[in-house]
Design a protein around this ligand. Sequence first.
Ligand SMILES: [Zn+2]
Length: 191
Amino acid sequence: MLAAMVLPCPFSPLSPAVMGGDDGFMCLAYNESLLAWKEDEVPVGAVLVLDGKVLICEHNRVRQNGDPSAHGEMLALRSAAKLLGDWRLCGCTLYTTKEPCPMCSGACAMARVARVVFGVADPLMGCLGGCGHDLSQVATFYHRFTAKGGVLANEIRPVLRTFFQQRRNGSIKGVAKNQTFPLTNFHPRPN
Ligand SMILES: [Zn+2]
């Protein structure tokens, strides 16, 4: 019954041409975002990498966990900290398909990640420059990190656009008819 409510996902997983590198790891994040879609979650995927090795692949689970903090990035940070036995994720790179929100950008600073690579910018909630605030480079914070946007943005943008377009069109009765996410504002930021 519940499965029938899920919006059909017209996108297929990507196969990275080369395993590793920003494009390769972002492919994995993209594929995670499709898993989120299939679970009726906003399609955002996140991958945490250390020394060129994938530690964790995660995706949004807000709806299924009933947890507003269950963004893919947060779940990836938590799982990686458990895996490494250290809350400081020094040297780690977080790949995420969408520019991180205030919570996730802040968590990256708290977790001491070295680098965040994202796909599409979010001019409303993105806090690595997209909304006008950049939490990666706050002078008074204990930790700053580098951020790079626009990776696989051309592949990721249609996924988010189509997902919210379907919701807006009321493709599924009763699903998020009040969704106000912008359809046209996703755009890659310069690296
Ligand atoms: Zn977030």
